[in-house]
Design a protein around this ligand. Structure first.
Ligand code: ADP
Ligand code: MG
Length: 343
């Protein structure tokens, strides 16, 4: 006689479904730095300090002076799909914040040991410790306004992901890269990145993009950048591009910032290079920080959990505008003697 065994369908536990989500959102230590710093930016911080040990695998601390989390909501912030940034479908199509999926904190907490201390203005602060998705301690805690999140023992309970992590040097380079881009995207925030006892980056947060460029690429490079500016009915393009004599061997020095979000976009990257025309040698690429402002209705941010790639309506028109902005700055630079801009 044949016995039929029926598979039973069961709902995944919260910890397991968070670990699955973490697979997409938390690829490597730098993903945690990105998510935590983006939360600090969304909380309107003016100062964000980042400290890492062993390229973030042993420890990542992100500390901000932002709005903080209400003491009654701290546990909720670690629940999947819990967010203060969107409430309705209407909001989803008009995203003004960097986060909105409510996935980062639960994902991080499911693959590490997290401590979060936070306080909003005029309220007692809160301390919470979560290990592998389980709350092990929660209490009121005196703290200044703002939030400090400490992530330890990353991937301690997901050995496959730990194996996938590259050398500490590569992972640290990824962290430096993401913090560089985030600080270029937000010149009004003072960033500091420290790896063990080495300060890797410091920006002033005085709102001047050129100063942020100096903080990331050095004053020498910043001095040799050309300002760009162009707009049409839908988009406003601004920022800085390097003079054609300052180039790099990779596209990694091109930073695109769309409504305050650092993004990757091949079409726009190509447009930047195209704007230089024959001024660039083959295989050489400029340093560029290009900011685009537009109506959020023209953007679809909800393409991938990491939000690095987004869909842009009228992308071709935007690419033309970028080309035009760069061409214009190149023409002007041949007339204006360099060195008149003070840094
Ligand atoms: P999302 O950013 O998509 O909303 P997260 O899981 O990253 O989801 O964070 C959940 C919520 O926790 C946020 O919506 C926010 O209300 C709160 N939060 C997280 N980090 C901070 C922070 N540094 N300062 C203030 N609030 C924070
Ligand atoms: Mg977030």
């Amino acid at each position: 006689m044949k016995v039929r065994i029926l598979a039973t369908i069961k709902e995944l536990s919260a910890q397991l479904s968070n670990q699955i989500a973490a697979g997409e959102v938390i690829e490597r230590p730098s993903s945690i730095v990105k998510e935590l710093v983006e939360n600090s930016i969304d909380a309107e911080s003016t100062q964000i300090d980042i400290y890492v040990e062993e390229a973030g695998l042993r420890k990542i601390i992100v500390s901000d002076n932002g709005q903080g989390i209400h003491p009654d909501e701290v546990k909720l912030a670690f629940e999947r799909h819990a967010t203060s940034k969107i409430y309705t479908a209407h909001d989803l199509f008009r995203i003004h914040s960097l986060g909105f999926r409510g996935e980062a904190l639960p994902s991080i907490a499911s693959v590490s040991k997290v401590t979060l201390e936070t306080a909003i203005e005029d309220m007692p602060g809160k301390y919470i410790r979560i290990e592998g998705g389980v709350v092990v301690e929660e209490r009121l805690h005196g703290a200044r306004k703002g939030t400090t999140t400490t992530v330890e023992s990353l991937f301690y309970n997901t050995p496959a992901r730990l194996k996938y992590v590259r050398t500490l040097q590569t992972e640290l380079a990824n962290i430096v890269d993401i913090v560089n881009r985030l600080s270029l995207s937000h010149p009004n925030i003072a960033f500091r990145l420290v790896n063990e006892s080495n300060q890797m980056l410091r920006t002033s947060g005085n709102g001047d993009l050129k100063q942020a460029v100096a903080g990331v690429y050095g004053t020498d490079v910043a001095r040799k950048m050309l300002a760009i500016e162009s707009e049409n009915l839908d988009f406003k393009v601004s920022g800085y591009v390097s003079k054609p004599e300052i180039t790099r061997a990779s596209r990694n020095y091109i930073t695109l910032i769309l409504n305050g979000r650092y993004i990757k976009n091949y079409t726009l990257q190509k447009a930047i290079v195209e704007g230089y025309g024959s001024r660039l040698m083959v295989g050489r690429f400029p340093i560029a920080i290009i900011k685009v402002e537009t109506d959020p209705l023209l953007l679809d941010v909800n393409v991938h959990p990491s939000k690095k790639e987004i869909r842009i309506s009228k992308e071709a028109a935007l690419a033309s505008l970028v080309i035009e902005a760069i061409q214009l700055s190149m023409q002007e630079s041949t007339f204006i003697p360099s060195g008149i801009e003070n840094l």
